[in-house]
Ligand binder design. Structure first.
Ligand code: X2X
Length: 345
C-alpha cells in the first residue's frame, strides 16, 4: 500500500490529537504538550510487525527524541509494510518520500552490491564475531559504500538474527532435502544464488507477501530468524522448523541523505544518541527471543530439528557459491570479511 492510497497514515498525528481533544484538553490531563507543529517531521517505515523489538525500540526512541528536542522533532513510525514492500520502500527512502528505513544489507545489495557480503552462508560462528565484524572494519567498509549512493547510514545496524528454514511439508535434515524445494527468499541476488546452489527452487518475494505466499502454498517454505517466525505468526502456516542457522542477517538503518544532511547538527546528535540506544536494546531483545522463542513455537505445534551444517557447507562449496561471490565482492571486501569469519571456501 502506498502512502497516497492510505489517507489515514498520512494524517500527522498532531493534527489528529488536536482534532480529537484539543491542546487545552490534553494540557488539563497533564500530558506534555508541544504547542506548535514539529519543525522536523520524519517518516520512519519498516517491514516488521508493530510488536517486534525493531518497532518497539524505535517508538521509544521517537518519544525520547521528541522530549529532548522540546517537540521540534516528530518521528512518525509506520511499521509492518504500511508504506509498501521492501523494494518499494527502498525507492521511497531514495526519493525522500520516506525519511528513514531499516533494510537488510542483502536486499540493499541490488543498489549497493557489497552490502550483501555479511550474508555469505555460515560466515559468522557466533554473535561476538557478528558484532566485531559489523561494528568494526567490515561494517565501516559497507557503510562507506552505502554513503556513495546518497543514503545516510546510522553507525550500528539492527539485529535480525540467525536464519532457519521453515516448511509446511517436511523437515530439512541435509542439503539434499532442499533439492527442488520451493522456497521464498527475500528479493536479493545473494539469497537467490545461495538456494539455487543448494539445488532448491527459490522465489524472491517481499516480506509483505510472505504469509499469504505460504498460506496459499505458492511456496512450501521460507527462512527467517525465530523472532520473526513467532512475531509474524508464520507458525500458523508452517509446520517444521529446521535450525540451519545458515546465515546471520541484520538491517542497516538508512536515511535519505539529503534530508539527513539538512537537519541541524544538534538535532542529528539527539537522533544519533537515541537511535544508538534503541539499537543496543533491540539487539538484547533479539538475543533473548532467539533463546526463548523455540519453546513457544513448539507449544504452538511446530516440529524442530537440528541439522548438521556439514552437508550444507559442502554443497555450497561444490556448487562454486563461495568462489562466485568472492569474484563479485572482490579481494578487498573479502579480506575485510575473512578477518572475522576466517577463510570461506
Ligand atoms: O524479509 C525477510 O525475510 C526479513 C523480515 O527477515 C527481512 O527483513 C530480510
Amino acid at each position: 500500500m502506498t502512502a497516497a492510497s492510505n489517507p489515514i497514515t498520512t494524517i500527522p498525528r498532531r493534527t489528529f490529537i488536536q482534532g480529537a481533544a484539543g491542546i487545552g484538553a490534553l494540557a488539563s490531563l497533564g500530558q506534555p504538550v508541544f504547542a506548535q507543529t514539529a519543525e522536523f517531521t520524519l517518516k520512519w517505515a519498516n517491514n516488521i510487525p508493530a510488536t517486534h523489538p525493531s518497532t518497539i525500540r524505535i517508538r521509544e526512541a521517537a518519544d525520547a527524541i521528541k522530549k529532548e528536542t522540546n517537540g521540534r522533532v516528530d518521528i512518525q513510525v509506520f511499521p509492518n509494510n504500511q508504506l509498501g514492500g521492501d523494494t518499494d520502500m527502498l525507492s521511497q527512502v531514495r526519493s525522500g518520500a520516506i525519511d528513514i528505513f531499516p533494510l537488510s544489507g542483502l536486499i540493499l545489495q541490488t543498489l549497493v552490491p557489497v552490502a550483501g557480503i555479511n550474508g555469505l552462508a555460515f560466515a559468522f560462528k557466533d554473535y561476538p564475531t557478528v558484532w566485531a565484524a559489523m561494528d568494526g572494519d567490515l561494517g565501516a567498509y559497507i557503510r562507506g559504500a552505502i554513503d556513495k549512493v546518497n543514503l545516510h547510514t546510522f553507525d550500528k545496524c539492527l539485529d535480525n538474527g540467525y536464519r532457519n528454514i521453515t516448511t509446511s511439508t517436511k523437515p530439512i535434515n541435509t542439503a539434499a532435502d532442499l533439492k527442488g524445494f520451493k522456497i521464498r527468499v527475500p528479493v536479493s541476488p545473494l539469497w537467490t544464488s545461495m538456494f539455487k546452489a543448494f539445488g532448491a527452487a527459490p522465489t524472491g518475494i517481499n516480506f509483505s507477501e510472505v504469509y499469504s505466499a505460504l498460506q496459499t502454498k505458492v511456496v512450501e517454505g521460507q527462512e527467517n530468524p525465530l523472532a520473526i517466525i513467532e512475531i509474524a505468526k508464520l507458525y500458523e502456516v508452517q509446520k517444521y522448523c529446521s535450525m540451519t542457522r545458515h546465515m546471520w542477517d541484520g538491517q542497516w538503518i538508512l536515511a535519505n541523505g539529503k534530508r539527513w544532511n539538512s537537519l541541524p547538527r544538534d538535532i542529528q546528535a539527539v537522533i544519533n544518541k537515541n537511535v544508538a540506544l534503541a539499537v543496543e536494546k533491540q539487539r538484547d531483545d533479539i538475543r533473548r527471543l532467539d533463546n526463548s522463542v523455540e519453546a513457544q513455537l513448539k507449544a504452538k505445534g511446530m516440529i524442530f530439528n537440528d541439522p548438521d551444517p556439514k552437508s550444507f557447507r559442502e554443497t555450497l562449496s561444490k556448487a562454486g557459491f563461495y568462489q562466485d561471490w568472492r569474484k563479485k565482492f572482490g579481494d578487498e571486501a573479502m579480506s575485510k570479511l575473512e578477518k572475522y569469519s576466517g577463510k570461506l571456501a
